[in-house]
Design a protein around this ligand. Sequence first.
Ligand code: SF4
Ligand code: SF4
Length: 345
Amino acid sequence: MSSSHILKKDHLIPLLRKLGKAYRLVAPMQNRHGDTLFAEVASVETMALDLDHQPQESLKPFLFPQQEVIAAYEADQAGYALHPRYAAPPPTLYFGVRSCDLAAILYMDVIFSQRTREPHYLGRRHNTVLVGLNCNAPFPNCFCDATKNGPFSELGADLQLTDLGDRFLVTAGRAQGETIVSRWPQFFSAAEEAEIKKQYQLYLEARGGFQRQVHVDLAIRRLAEGMVDEAVWQQLSLRCQDCAGCAYVCPTCTCFTIVDQPRSATSGERLRCWDACTFAGFTRMAGGHNPVEPKKAAIKHRFLHKLKYDVEKHGRPSCVGCGRCLDICFGGTDIARFVELASEE
Ligand code: SF4
Ligand code: SF4
């Protein structure tokens, strides 16, 4: 059962100061180039907190780094030994996480828990507190309403904030959120009925504020019925430049590869690095042979994975509608473009 509280905006920095002493604090901040990115807060006093723009990346790089050492290896005359590397992560509080990114974390939880439980991601995840922020005004390329992940959601958040103007309505949906409220009660007061009604009004306004209509359900249906013409994939593949920007910014793309990096003649490190199905070498085999037509198969796999395979496997698409691939793809080969082409009769 969730409980609702009020946090006045005057109390936000003092609360973050306290939280910063209890946790490693990560929040969306504007860097010196004007980009908004999640980053570790070095000082609450000087942080350039930015809750007005969508962070260009999700929390994926924090929970599933682009490159990480998972083992060290050494060889001698007796053979080859592999030593797993694992560093216990510090308790980390992520502040200002949007609904789409919360949904993406729940998706990654499933991916890294199935078959074998993956210790690196899950270790970080278990030491994580999530403070979400509902979107009163969807960003220009967002379509989380079409994937049923936003613009308001409490799923996955320990505390969820809604901006009511001079205050936040704070919903504590999980035990860790309740612990924060009870540990620092001086910053919170009970929410009144009018404030809860105002949140609902803001939710209705946000639902009406999407600038993009992306018919995800229709594309899912047409894929399931095998009604998407091969010409669609052909058209998209002609414009894809294999840069993998879409997969790198996507909060639910979790492909990786393993490489061994020698550090000396007899030792080295085993790294796990992000990979992407849109890279030309993704399906290339040793010797250079590629069993599929790389470009067309790559873009097809990307969208089938998100809108067909994951729907069959998990009952919902793994696109959360964050819009980041629309922002980054210079070829106009983003998922909204695919949905548009797939939806045409
Ligand atoms: S779809 Fe766009 S962002 Fe993705 S690899 Fe192709 S060109 Fe790059
Ligand atoms: S496919 Fe595009 S819109 Fe969907 S979750 Fe990934 S980056 Fe966001």
